[in-house]
Design a protein around this ligand. Structure first.
Ligand code: NAD
Length: 481
């Protein structure tokens, strides 16, 4: 059985404690390998490496960083099949979802490479006649990237690529559910020419390995993607040393289905939004708000679609969904279904475990609009369908959430759709499709309890650079003394 190390300064190193933990495939239960169990001592080594690399990496001409990131993108494509297979096994992804991550990853590296040449500054109009004022951007330093399990390659790549492009060095701490793919990714980048220490990976659990990383005074930025509860904890720690902070957290995303839609077509689109990766997507369309009188028609169409989704081998192209990540996740999803049922919701299809960690795609009509199932993220294949009589009320319900990550609006009426899009309080609103959309150049992030800051494109670059005002006095300097 393969034993993996952390990836620090261009090579795999064992944990200082010598401890390891298993990475288990959620579909088969097989142990795929053992990862290094990181602690403060390992974080210390990674910080030294990233510090040493920072001086070199941050002073490289942008064109060099651009070229290296482009080489990294090519290398990910060259290692496609190996990464794909590990991704399927370790994260329980279907081949279709894993392929998407393998398309997105080089794409985001290329997008970051493009941003490297756009690290523009400013010259400012002055109050003083002989002063030239410039504003330049500089990298913040070492950025800790703490990533979740659900898209362990694509998200890690996105969270790291833009800070790297801006001249920062990165220490990544992937989810303890998916440590191996992160180490393999780091190796691919290193072999493609990313210098030692520029991108390091320490593996381990949140409290033992993640916390010391966020605490470390040598780390100047934190990019965190994960649950809101953990994000708040991480934010508390990071603020003690005033780190630059980006938090991409949970959601309970609304999908509005307006009355002019063909309900069969709307259900097809909604099924992708709700059941992709078994609902383990932060932008999953979890609350579907349908304009009256179409609620029940829509719910039955969605239930029919849900029941028809193919479940087979994860490598079978027809397979539409797979397992949840662990038993805790299964129990949470089941609890939410039970709560919705107890509150009067009608479970039209699903509602139970299929086998192992696989939960049936579930449609619940008219769930109670209160309590854990409605208010909290389920992160499973559960679509809550509610019928509402006016667009105003649909918008009000969409906004009736602590979260504000992403929304979708299905309509052919651009005027009503756009009006709703402007009123929904979310980081993204997608007209004509469901709430689960991504683009390397788009600002991803949320309102309210869905996070702080935006990642992607120029927005990440802005987040992980410091602004410095430099002035040049060319006249006589005179003052009161
Ligand atoms: P999680 O919060 O359990 O863990 C996320 C990461 O934080 C992991 O690497 C974990 O080890 C680490 N961590 C845990 N405790 C920590 C601590 N005390 N200090 C430092 N690090 C710690 O999340 P998860 O279950 O891996 O992922 C699912 C969550 O991620 C969902 O809530 C989902 O909505 C969210 N998510 C958000 C986005 C987005 O773009 N907004 C994208 C994907 C996932």
């Amino acid at each position: 059985m393969r034993i993996y190390g952390h990836f620090i300064h261009g090579r795999e190193v064992p944990a200082a404690s010598g401890e390891t933990f298993p990475s288990v495939a959620p579909m088969s239960g097989d142990i795929l390998g053992y990862a290094a169990c990181g602690t403060e001592a390992d974080v210390e080594v990674a910080v030294s490496s990233a510090q040493e690399a920072f001086a070199f990496w941050s002073s490289l001409p942008p064109a060099r960083r651009e070229r290296i990131l482009l080489e990294c993108a090519n290398a990910v494509e060259a290692h496609h099949d190996r990464l794909l297979n590990l991704l399927i096994d370790e994260s329980g992804s279907t081949i279709v979802k894993a392929r998407y991550e393998l398309l997105y990853t080089p794409s985001v590296l290329r997008a970051a490479a493009g941003e490297v040449r756009r690290l523009y500054g400013d010259t400012l109009p002055n109050e003083k006649p002989h002063r030239l004022s410039m504003v330049v951007r500089e990298p913040v330093g070492i950025v800790a990237v703490i990533s979740p399990f659900n898209a362990p390659l694509a998200l890690l790549a996105k969270m790291a690529a833009f800070p790297l492009g801006a001249g920062n060095t990165v220490i990544a701490k992937p989810s303890e559910e998916t440590p191996l793919i992160a180490v393999e990714f780091a190796k691919v980048l290193y072999e493609a020419g990313l210098p030692s220490g520029v991108f390091n990976v320490v593996t381990g659990c949140g409290s033992e390995c993640g916390e010391p990383l966020v605490k470390h005074p040598g780390v100047r930025g934190v990019a965190f993607t994960g649950s809101t509860a953990t994000g708040i904890k991480v934010g508390h720690i990071a603020i003690q040393t005033l780190k630059r902070l980006q938090l991409e957290l949970g959601g309970k995303n609304p999908l509005l289905v307006l009355g002019d839609m063909d309900m069969i077509k709307a259900a097809e689109i909604a099924a992708v939004g709700a059941f992709s990766h078994s609902g383990q997507i932060c932008m999953s369309s979890a609350r579907i708000i349908v304009e009256a009188p179409h609620g029940l028609t829509f719910a039955h169409a969605l239930a029919k679609k849900a029941a028809s989704l193919y479940l087979g081998d994860l490598r079978d192209e027809r397979t539409a969904y797979g397992p949840l990540i662990n038993q805790r996740a299964v129990e949470k999803v089941f609890r939410h279904v039970q709560l919705a049922r107890a509150g009067g919701g009608q479970v039209i299809t699903g509602g139970n475990v299929d086998h192992g960690l696989v939960f049936q795609p579930t449609v619940i009509y008219n769930p109670p609009r209160w309590g854990e199932c409605w208010e909290e993220e389920t992160f499973g294949p559960v679509a809550l369908v509610t019928e509402v009589s006016s667009l105003e009320e649909m918008i009000a319900i969409a906004n009736e959430s602590q979260y504000g990550l992403s929304a979708g609006i299905l309509t052919n009426d651009l005027k009503r759709g756009l009006s709703a899009a402007r009123q929904i309080r979310c980081g993204a609103v997608h007209l004509g499709t469901h709430s689960f959309q991504s683009d390397p150049m788009a600002p991803i992030g949320g309102y309210g309890m869905s996070g702080i800051g935006r990642s992607g494109g120029k927005y990440s670059i802005e987040h992980f650079t410091e602004l410095k005002w430099i002035s040049v006095e060319s006249g006589e300097t005179s003052g009161p003394f």
